[in-house]
Write a protein that binds this ligand. Structure first.
Ligand SMILES: Cc1cc2nc3c(=O)[nH]c(=O)nc-3n(C[C@H](O)[C@H](O)[C@H](O)COP(=O)(O)O)c2cc1C
Length: 205
């Protein structure tokens, strides 16, 4: 595919078919992830591939996603937000558990941090986090090229997840990414249109 077509094609999808995704597509996407720029040349990144309901339930329990969500409460909470953002939250929040359960594969992206989040003082201290996100974008673009989509869920209870999935304590979880082919009625939310020319500054702001 042309470069720009892949960029346009990658979108966040939270509604998946149950159809399996071949390991070739996933391994190729991980290989492409590892081509991303990184601050330390080391690329201390690992990918855990989850398919079983047992492991998915461990994630849901760790994240306390079991509760049902009242849509009215959500609408009230986001009533003053910009409409595109409100639409995104109203669609996304109720799907956080479902997308983990229904995606045929969930990928956990693990990285080795330079410092703990609490002790980070400068942007530089977060370079390892920035680098793993460059890797994640390559990974998502590579999947999109093969009609496979994902959603980058950010866990809140990483320590619990680490214990339940035997992830070494010194590592961090950047994202949990349910992936799969998109459901026929999958919702693709509108991207806010930005005039990028307004965001370009020459010589100084
Ligand atoms: C750092 C980051 C954190 C995100 N966290 C979540 C999340 O926890 N749950 C979720 O459903 N989507 C999450 N998303 C997906 C965004 O909602 C999505 O990228 C955004 O709405 C733009 O849509 P697009 O990816 O289709 O352009 C996250 C994306 C990024 C880059």
């Amino acid at each position: 595919m042309e470069f720009r077509d892949v960029i346009e094609k990658r979108r966040t999808i939270r509604d998946f078919q149950s159809r399996e995704v071949s390991m070739n597509i996933i391994e190729y996407a991980i290989e492409n992830g590892f081509k991303a720029p990184t601050y330390n040349h080391l690329r201390d990144w690992d990918f855990i591939i989850i398919k079983s309901i047992e492991s998915k339930l461990k994630l849901i329990e760790s994240e306390k996603l079991e509760k049902t969500i009242d849509l009215k409460d959500l609408e009230d909470a986001f009533q003053n937000e910009e409409s595109i953002m409100k639409e995104m939250y109203l669609d996304a929040i109720p799907k956080q558990k479902k997308m983990i359960l229904e995606a045929p594969i969930v990928i956990i992206v693990v990285f080795k941090p330079k410092t703990t989040v609490v002790s980070a003082k400068r942007i530089y201290d977060l370079n390892c986090l920035a680098s793993i996100w460059a890797c994640i974008e390559n990974f998502l673009l590579s999947l999109a090229e093969h009609d496979v989509y994902g959603v980058t869920y950010i866990p809140q209870n990483i320590e619990n997840i680490k214990v339940k999935l035997d992830i070494p304590n010194e590592l961090e979880v950047a994202s949990i990414i349910p992936i799969g082919y998109k459901a026929n009625d999958a919702k693709i939310l509108q991207q806010k249109i930005i005039n990028t020319k307004d965001r370009i500054h020459i010589e100084k702001w």
